[in-house]
Write a protein of this length. Structure first.
Length: 220
């Protein structure tokens, strides 16, 4: 093994902060073990989807690593473990018809690039806890959630346990982005150097429509 090049940030501290991080990771791992898998831990109500269940599927522990630069190159070193809760999000009755409706709308848009959705677990403050992209199309054109199962991992090191999700401080956010190709004339002028970047950027912004639906998570 070669000697380390001075790059202290690549090596985890071994002082009080390191001990505290290790203690928090162990507490999170113990908390994960105490949670019962395959249990509905919350419900969110969307007008277009009905009741959406949040189900705890189990826990997962992964090994963290760091990369330290040595005189012989980059060296990988273990840096403790992280624990995650695995959850499933689905409607109580699959097949809401949203995807079929979006596909019908897509046929009416000549310059459509895509329609894509993401579902996120957020705190009421707006802070994101976890998210998952919908991926249920063959060509990536219309990925719209129809209530089928989506799986998500949540970092167990955050300041709440699974039971607190239904306490009113969390919500599900369904976000849809409809993106069209930008104005062709402006794009050609931009390529030719006839308009600057700000004009092209504004054209790109006009080509995107973002919609969001929010639903607080309550007791099942």
């Amino acid at each position: 093994m070669g000697s380390l090049i001075a790059k202290e940030e690549a090596v985890p501290a071994r002082g009080p902060q390191h001990a505290l991080r290790k203690q928090k990771s162990q507490e999170a791992a113990n908390l994960c073990k105490s949670q019962k898998p395959n249990k509905t831990i919350g419900v969110a109500k969307f007008d277009l989807l009905g009741d959406v269940q949040i189900i705890h599927l189990g826990t997962e522990t992964v090994q963290r690593v760091i990369h330290a630069m040595t005189t012989e190159g980059c060296e990988t070193r273990p840096a403790g473990e992280s624990s995650f809760w695995k959850i499933c999000i689905k409607t109580t009755s699959a097949g809401a018809g949203r995807k079929a409706q979006a596909e019908s709308e897509a046929e009416e848009i000549d310059d459509l690039m895509y329609i894509k959705e993401t579902i996120s677990l957020c705190k009421a403050s707006g802070a994101y806890v976890g998210s998952e992209h919908v991926n249920n199309s063959d060509d990536g054109m219309v990925d719209v959630w129809d209530g089928e199962e989506l799986h998500m991992r949540i970092d167990a090191d955050h300041d709440s346990n699974l039971e607190s999700l239904s306490g009113g401080d969390y919500m599900l956010v369904l976000k849809r982005e409809t993106k069209r190709f930008p104005d062709e004339e402006i794009e050609q002028k931009f390529i030719a150097g006839e308009v600057d970047y700000t004009v092209m950027e504004e054209a790109n912004k006009k080509a995107v429509i973002v919609q969001e639906w929010h639903a607080p998570i309550t007791m099942p």
